[in-house]
Design a protein around this ligand. Structure first.
Ligand code: GLN
Length: 290
């Protein structure tokens, strides 16, 4: 981006997309578009239509340059623009929460399939983060009542704000806590869901910079073998799952066999077939409380 004047938004976009491609970013054009639309305060599509020939003001150029610099340092686009789409809904995100992943939509689909038959199901979401799972469930079932737990107060605030944004905060109870520790014996659920931190210590070292240096460690790291939180959920959820209730857990695809074996150790769970994501990787385990 030179200092000469009269850059149109279109030209700025083309230049930046090429620049990001040369820097080997995974989705250079998309990143260039999303960040320019953010700097301009317009829709991505308008950069090709309405505003293509408009000249970029010095303010826009400065803001854009700053975003591009941070992107090249490794900051994920979702944090730069403060939002991410999940299950057709827009979520506010920031460094205190994991960026919602499309893989997790499979867990939501399964949970909806279970609760659609129930009139006023109670669902527990352990590790609510941005609130993507809980809010997506509340938006897609008119009477579901949710309890959303997180260890991080900042994450709970973000989840609450996302619930408000989507008008479902009245049906979600937010609880600060460590797995099921702050629940009482009266807290009983038809469905318990979680996308727990499941990255192993070894895998943590090899994560891309954008994940390792920007996303919350606590939301990713599952201890030495990746099962630290998983094991606790399996153990603690038994006391809060109603008979015939369903436990749905997202897993790391290389963990499938070990994760399934862990279920076999409990008489309380009847494990169903593994659910695969769109890349055909094992992604969600589903068990019924017998
Ligand atoms: N429930 C949130 C999500 O699925 C956060 C999960 C987490 O922090 N591990 O994105």
């Amino acid at each position: 981006m030179g200092t000469e004047t009269n850059w149109t938004l279109g030209a700025l976009l083309e230049w930046t997309a090429k620049h990001l491609a040369a820097k080997k970013l995974e989705s250079p054009r998309l990143d260039a578009e999303v960040l320019l639309a953010h700097a301009v305060g317009c829709k991505r599509i308008d950069l090709y239509g309405l505003r293509h020939a408009e000249s970029a003001t010095p303010e826009i150029r400065t803001a854009y340059k700053d975003l591009i610099r941070k992107r090249l340092e490794g900051c994920p686009v979702a944090y730069l623009v403060g939002r991410k789409e999940f299950f057709g809904l827009e979520f506010q995100v920031g460094p205190s929460v994991l960026i919602p992943r499309p893989d997790t939509e499979h867990l939501v689909i399964e949970a909806l399939d279970v609760i659609k038959k129930l009139h006023e199901p109670r669902v527990l979401d352990i590790g609510v983060g941005s609130g993507c799972i809980a809010v997506a469930l509340a938006k897609n079932h008119p009477n579901v009542q949710l309890t959303a737990i997180d260890l991080s107060d900042a994450a709970l605030k973000m989840a609450e704000s996302n619930a408000k944004k989507h008008g479902v905060d009245g049906r979600i109870r937010f609880v600060l806590g460590d797995a099921c520790k702050s629940l009482t014996a009266d807290d009983q659920y038809e469905v318990i869901v979680s996308n727990p931190p499941y990255i192993t210590q070894e895998e943590m070292k090899a994560l891309p910079v954008g994940v390792k240096d920007y996303e919350p460690h606590q939301a990713l790291a599952g201890g030495a073998d990746g099962f630290a939180v998983f094991d606790r959920i399996l153990d603690e959820a038994r006391a809060h799952l109603r008979p015939e209730g369903t436990l749905l857990l997202e897993i790391g695809s290389p963990q499938e066999q070990r994760a399934r074996a862990k279920f076999q150790a409990y008489v309380e769970y009847e494990l169903g077939p593994t659910i695969y994501d769109s890349s055909k990787h094992p992604r969600v385990l589903k068990a019924r409380r017998s």
